[in-house]
Each structure stands twice: as C-alpha cells, then as structure tokens.
Design a protein around this ligand. Structure first.
Ligand SMILES: [Ca+2]
Ligand SMILES: [Ca+2]
Ligand SMILES: [Ca+2]
Ligand SMILES: [Ca+2]
Length: 141
C-alpha cells in the first residue's frame, strides 16, 4: 500500500508542475491526442479560451464589421511579422449576412492557423497559435 501511495503523490507533483508550460494550451485542445488539431478540436478550444469576447464589444454574441475593424486595428500593432495574413471581414462572413457568428469566427482563425491548408493544425502551426494566445500575443491583454 505504501508504494501505491508514493506513486500517487508522484503523479500529483507532476500534475502540479504542468502549469509552468501553460502557454502550450493548444496541446490540451488535442482531445484525440493525434498531435494536431482538427477544426472541431480547434473550435471547442478556441471558444473556451474566450477570444471572441475580445472582438464582441457589445457582447451580443455576434461580431459586426465595426467591431471587427476596431479589434483588427488594435491587433495590427501586435501583428508584426507574421507569416500569415489577417483575413478581411468579408472573407470571414461565410453566409454574407453582415455579421460573424462564433462558427464563422472560429473557422476564420482555424484557416488562418492552418497555414498549409492541410485541414489540421500541426505542431508547427500550433506554435504560432500558442504565441498569439500567450501574454504578449494577439489575444493577450
Ligand atoms: Ca487532434
Ligand atoms: Ca457584437
Ligand atoms: Ca455571417
Ligand atoms: Ca496544417
């Protein structure tokens, strides 16, 4: 019994130490643990991270073109020398109703991070994403 208890404690220490690598949040989104994020995994994780709220100024759950522009301009300063381009509002508004819902918003970012358009975000692509999600990244404060 003693041995088992020690093992349990060892496991707990490992779990407690994990937050040090919290900037790799995208790894947690990989629910099937295949090393990449498909659009569903990305959408769930990205929604959970609450990034859409940073765009949605009036909090109605939709992003208007004005909200999009305001946020994009603020992001522009941090955008810097990224390999990928900021998508336009019109590109993101798949059903062209003049508003972005969460699905369109997530899909927009999924396509942005899937730089090689392979349909999944691999480890390298995740690296860019994690940078953006980090404290000094696009979605940081
Ligand atoms: Ca996966
Ligand atoms: Ca809104
Ligand atoms: Ca729309
Ligand atoms: Ca990819």
């Amino acid at each position: 019994m003693k041995t088992i208890k020690f093992l349990t404690i060892g496991g707990l220490v490992a779990v407690l130490a994990a937050p040090a690598a919290a900037q790799m949040m995208s790894a947690d989104w990989d629910t099937d643990a295949d090393g990449s994020l498909n659009e569903t995994e990305f959408g769930t994780g990205f929604s959970g991270a609450g990034s859409m709220a940073s765009y949605d100024g009036d909090g109605d759950g939709m992003i208007s073109e004005e909200e999009y522009t305001t946020r994009s301009e603020a992001m522009g300063e941090k955008w810097g020398e990224r390999d990928y381009e900021m998508t336009t509002f019109a590109d993101s508004d798949a059903n062209a109703d003049g508003m972005l819902d969460e699905t369109e918003y997530n899909s927009n970012w999924f396509n942005t991070y899937d730089a090689d358009k392979s349909g999944s975000i691999d480890e390298t692509e995740m690296g860019d994403m994690d940078t953006d999600m980090g404290e000094d990244g696009l979605f940081g404060s």
